[in-house]
Design a protein around this ligand. Sequence first.
Ligand code: KIV
Ligand code: NA
Length: 263
Amino acid sequence: VKAVTAPALLAMRAAGNKIAMLTCYDASFAALMDRCGVEVLLIGDSLGMVCAGYPSTLPVTVADVAYHTASVARGNKTALVLADMPFGSYTTPQAAHDNAVKLMQAGAQMVKIEGGAWLAETVRFLTERGIPVCAHVGLTPQFVHQLGGYKVQGKTDATAGQLKSDALALQAAGAALIVIEAVPASLGKEVTELLHIPTIGIGAGPDCSGQVLVMHDMLGVFPGRKARFVKNFMDGQSNIEGAVSAYVAAVKDGSFPSQEHCF
Ligand code: KIV
Ligand code: NA
């Protein structure tokens, strides 16, 4: 099996082949997910909530993400390894670069940052220096205190328009990929049609170029509140490999997300 690369993801989007992404934090799950055909393993800063038990992603450090990224990279063979840049680690392009280098040296092949057009300069700075970037728009959990909770974004014409112009600016700056979280399905579709880079939805409807879920959510392990966009893929399965394979199949054939998981 050929290794998944950033250009390969662009080619999948162009061919209309859906991309399956899951969060992953350790070597054993990395090996399992890679075997099941997950194309992108995201070392999400959600690790602060699902692994470390923090109430938000804010306490997560670059060293935390680097540790989990190295673990995932050791277990993985072919999937693309994408590492989240944690809260406060990309305040300036130079700081973003210095921290991204640590994650790339730990085994990441791409880094993800949360925010809109204000990050365009940072996206350009990183990509010009060989660090592929995934942008993250819509509900950006590092902004929870500013947003006033984990709420659906882009529900008004003004905020939807802002999200579209943010996505275009991030693409123009060189973003390789863009995660869209918790927006109306119609907006997920519009943004996807507007861009040529792949969009990865989480609560952004079935028309994105791919989907992502937190592994603890799709395995029904996380004890916290279950978001509308979460589906427990362990239902009807007798083991984790079955659940991950069912997720990959449902993303590929477009049956996940269905209406009940969308806004
Ligand atoms: O940290 C994370 O798990 C994420 C995904 C939910 C996209 O950023
Ligand atoms: Na994240």
